[in-house]
Write a protein that binds this ligand. Structure first.
Ligand SMILES: Cc1cc2nc3c(=O)[nH]c(=O)nc-3n(C[C@H](O)[C@H](O)[C@H](O)COP(=O)(O)O)c2cc1C
Length: 175
């Protein structure tokens, strides 16, 4: 099983993801996390989908507040992605290290994000580890025309590089 997980991880590392910081606020407290599991669900009506770990602070707040802002990051915002992604040993208070503004729904949007999307949480589908959160879009801000920050092969905005040899791993093999 461990080997299957490892090959699944290898496969998913080949799936480039745009990087977002999802923020929410409850009772005057602001939280947020870095996320790549975000996508557009429908245009009509405008809906977005995000997958959020049940164990984190952000989910705890979101389940109460039922509002979120999805901030799509530009390439210059990698440090923030690391801070909100729990990758910095002493990130302290990541909201202090950048420029945020309150949105009409009481969450925070990041100035300089390539776009930010405010949502009311419509439904949540709870799996064993994550909530699949469906948001009704209520406001959109289009920011500077920076390239979006990507996460691919375990790195942010990687330079083009040689990829390893192709692999085929069958799950029915006893590994
Ligand atoms: C590139 C990257 C992508 C991530 N994507 C997600 C994601 O889609 N959903 C999620 O729940 N956590 C994701 N994480 C992990 C969270 O950002 C991290 O666990 C964070 O510290 C959780 O914060 P919280 O406890 O305040 O919720 C990602 C982390 C990184 C670095």
């Amino acid at each position: 099983m461990q080997a299957h997980k490892e090959y699944f991880r290898k496969a998913m590392r080949r799936h480039a993801g745009g990087v977002a910081i999802i923020t929410t606020s409850n009772a005057g407290n602001h939280v947020g996390l870095t996320a790549t599991a975000v996508c557009s669900l429908s245009m009509d009506p405008p809906k977005i989908l995000a997958c959020i770990n049940l164990k984190g602070t952000t989910f705890h707040f979101l389940s109460e507040s039922r509002v979120m802002t999805v901030n799509l990051l530009g390439r210059s915002q990698e440090l923030l992605a690391r801070e909100f992604g729990g990758m910095c040993a002493q990130s302290g208070e990541p909201f202090l290290n950048s420029d945020w503004e309150t949105t009409p729904i009481g969450t925070h949007f990041l100035k300089g994000a390539v776009a930010s999307i405010d949502c009311n949480v419509d439904e949540m589908f709870i799996t064993r580890s994550h909530a699949v959160v469906f948001g009704d879009v209520v406001n959109v801000r289009i920011g500077p025309s920076d390239n979006q920050l990507m996460y691919f092969d375990g790195q942010f905005a990687p330079a083009k590089k040689e990829l390893p040899e192709p692999i085929e791993h069958r799950f029915e093999n006893k590994a």
